[in-house]
Design a protein around this ligand. Structure first.
Ligand code: FES
Length: 166
């Protein structure tokens, strides 16, 4: 009977669908852990950024090599800190100094933050964490802010000290 044939066909289809579902669910059991472990996921027990002591860095903003820091939004790298320092000009009276050691897994050899080519944010191309110029993480596995050092502006001289301000 056509009805019976149809019923068998329908049951057959359902069995196939159920089997597929079972296989799909089983495969998730294997795929999910690999996906989670294979990515740079937030690690709340992560190491802190190592401490750093360094002599004050004096930056004469009148010197040609520092002219880049006379424009809002610009940044320049300096030696110091753990992996170097990014000095960023917010405006004429506000400069920020960020530690380049990434706040995520800072002891990794590649955990170094740089200014993205767009100059709009900072990034650690190692695992892809991104930070805004407040030092806050905006993407990737990093969940802590970048370390910020004290900056003191006196006329045209900007000083960066090893005092951590965040
Ligand atoms: S070390 Fe992986 S995001 Fe910085």
């Amino acid at each position: 009977m056509p009805g019976t044939t149809g019923g068998r066909a329908e049951r057959g289809f359902m069995i196939t669908t159920n089997s597929l579902l079972k296989i799909f669910k089983k495969s998730l059991l294997y795929i999910l852990p690999v996906g989670v472990l294979g990515t740079c996921s937030p690690d709340l027990s992560d190491d802190p950024i190592p401490p750093a002591t360094f002599a004050d860095i004096f930056i004469n903003l009148s010197l040609p090599e520092n002219l880049v820091l006379n424009t809002n939004g610009n940044s320049k790298y300096f030696s110091g800190g753990v992996r170097g320092i990014i000095v960023h000009r917010v405006n004429a009276s506000t400069y920020r100094a960020f530690e380049r050691n990434c706040s995520f897994q800072p002891n990794n050899a590649c955990a170094t933050v740089g200014v993205h080519v767009s100059t709009l944010y900072m990034e650690d191309s190692c695992c892809g964490s991104t930070f805004n110029f407040n030092g806050d993480p905006t993407g990737g596995p990093a969940w802590r802010p970048l370390r910020q050092y004290q900056t003191i502006l006196n006329g045209n001289e900007l000083t960066v000290t090893d005092e951590v301000v965040n």
